[in-house]
Design a binder for this molecule. Sequence first.
Ligand code: ZN
Length: 66
Amino acid sequence: MSKCAICNGKTEKKLVSVTFKRYGKEFTYHNIKVKVCSNCSEEFLDGPTITKIEREIREKVFEKAA
Ligand SMILES: [Zn+2]
């Protein structure tokens, strides 16, 4: 079982909507898998998920610019 990096509380998996601000714009993604602390409510995204979203945002931004 994983624990919260901030308060060491219990975390549970959840699907949420997350907004990323990049390049002066906002990108909202739905059904993102996160771990949420049941104690302090902090949300944690895992590394591969962040990497994937960052890449998608970059592709969107640079496709539009081209
Ligand atoms: Zn916590």
